[in-house]
Design a protein around this ligand. Structure first.
Ligand code: DX5
Ligand code: ZN
Length: 219
């Protein structure tokens, strides 16, 4: 099952409910929320308060991507706000096993993400407990950056490890995804496709979402 997760980072927040409605009607499966703290990444976005508002706009699952230091201090708030998937960065936590289990105990699905400079092998000891692995295909912090091709090999490696070990985590890609590269990422074994600017920065948001969804569904 291939899932499309539009990232509202590139949406027009003055018209957020209308823009979410567009992608909902155009095949979006999840809504991806990017949380940035100005420390783990240079940019600052929004917190649980906005996630809670998004939850009231949509019935789609919320995929909350924490690009923040000490994410464990905020698990409860984001899960209470409505996060279905809560993803932390391997680079941002000292006790990865503990934090993954904490997210699951609080009732959400736990994801773990790796930056472009972090190898898949850094996750070897947690792949049996995570619900999702998020491969960053840009250095996190901003929408609209260019896809880094080394992430394709990471997706392939994760898909192989999952198969060889009979594991069940989802594989997600985030950064620079567009209609030109989404099918190759899909063929590499990816399940969940985050797309920000290639949906919300387009003149026709619905058409852009439909195109991406068709491209992954036809594979
Ligand atoms: C980047 C964020 C992404 C971002 C992707 O740090 O994690 O989710 O919204 O935007 P695009 O699809 O424009 O690269
Ligand atoms: Zn993201």
């Amino acid at each position: 099952m291939k899932l499309l997760a539009p990232s509202i980072l590139s949406a027009d927040f003055a018209n957020l409910s209308q823009q979410i409605r567009y992608v909902e009607m155009s095949g979006a499966d999840w809504i991806h929320c990017d949380i940035m703290d100005g420390k783990f990444v240079p940019n600052i976005t929004f917190g649980p308060f906005i996630v809670e508002a998004v939850k009231r706009i949509t019935n789609l699952p919320l995929d909350v991507h924490l690009m923040i230091e000490n994410p464990e201090n905020y698990f409860e708030q984001f899960i209470k706000a409505g996060a279905n998937y809560l993803t932390i960065h391997q680079e941002a936590v000292l006790h990865l096993n503990r934090q993954i289990n904490k997210i699951k105990e609080l009732g959400a699905k736990a994801g773990v993400s790796i930056n472009p400079g972090t190898p898949v092998s850094s996750l070897s000891e947690v792949l049996d407990i995570v619900d999702m692995v998020l491969v960053m295909s840009v250095n996190p912090g901003y929408g609209g950056q260019q896809f880094l091709p080394n992430s394709l090999k990471k997706i392939e490696d994760l898909a192989k490890i999952r198969k060889d070990n009979n594991l069940s985590f989802l594989i997600e890609i985030d950064g620079g995804i567009n209609s030109k590269n989404i099918q190759s990422v899909s063929s590499a074994g990816c399940d969940v496709f985050v797309a920000g600017s290639s949906i919300f920065a387009q003149d026709n948001i619905s058409a852009a979402a439909i195109e991406l969804k068709n491209l992954i569904s036809s594979k």
